[in-house]
Design a protein around this ligand. Structure first.
Ligand code: GRF
Length: 228
């Protein structure tokens, strides 16, 4: 058991990842508690989810990147995060770049989740972009965040097959199920002090290794394997 770390979650929308995090905290699946949820959108349903659990929910409007309004929002976000004793900042469907104040105050302590296997398909449309490209496997990524969209060192990824007849919604739903799992794992590793950032690489101390021969093949093979 690690000490419970204090999370601040940044959101813009419906907040299913936030909900998974809150539930895992309440059930003791992860050694964390959500102290505050900050949204750039006043009507984000994620704020409602936070309030239902007695968690501080704050709307901080954010202007255009690089404008004074954006800088004010950066300072305000940092003030709120510090006021709530936040140790790890989790972006969960937060559709903005973080400002330099928050990033500088939380080196190696800001995470993001993205619904594609980065570095493929960064940006706001990961699932439809992957589908349109014709990939057979997609997935999701939790990574440490930096000043760019979807670029920091990768902590954990999950791969899912694209299946015949998928549209962006069915693929997104399949990916989302995995998002809710891998985000919790990344937070728990952080809480246990097991993540080391080495350049672009994140080492998980004492991590179990996946079986080296394991693969997701999509569509599945229909030839017999013949070994010499
Ligand atoms: C998720 O797919 C996340 O990966 C992406 O935005 C979506 C947010 O969903 N960044 P939710 O608000 O957590 O339900």
């Amino acid at each position: 058991m690690a000490d419970r770390i204090t999370l601040g979650v940044l959101v813009s929308g419906r907040g299913t990842n936030l909900q998974a995090i809150i539930d895992a905290c309440e059930q003791g699946t992860i050694d964390a508690k959500v102290a505050v949820v900050i949204s750039d959108k006043a009507d984000a349903y994620a704020l409602e989810r936070a309030r239902k659990h007695g968690i501080a929910a704050v709307h901080v409007p954010v202007g255009k990147y690089g404008t004074p309004a954006y800088e004010r929002a950066d300072a305000e976000q940092l003030r709120i995060l510090k006021e709530h004793g936040v140790q790890l900042v989790c972006m969960a469907g937060y559709m903005r770049k973080l400002g330099p104040r928050v990033l500088d105050a939380y080196p190696g302590a800001v995470m993001n989740i993205h619904p594609a296997l980065l570095p493929s398909f960064p940006g706001a449309h990961g699932q439809p972009d992957a589908l349109a490209y014709g990939v057979k496997i997609s997935g999701c990524t939790v990574h440490f965040a930096d000043a760019e969209f979807d670029q920091g060192p990768i902590i954990i990824q999950a791969a899912v097959p694209v299946v015949e007849g998928d549209d962006a919604d069915t693929l997104a739903a399949r990916i989302l199920q995995q998002e809710h799992k891998i985000y919790l794992q990344a937070i728990q590793w952080f809480a246990e002090g097991r993540l080391r950032i080495e350049g672009r690489h994140v080492r998980v101390l004492d991590a179990e290794q996946p079986p080296a021969g394991q693969a997701i093949i999509s569509p599945p093979l229909q030839i017999e394997e013949r070994w010499p």
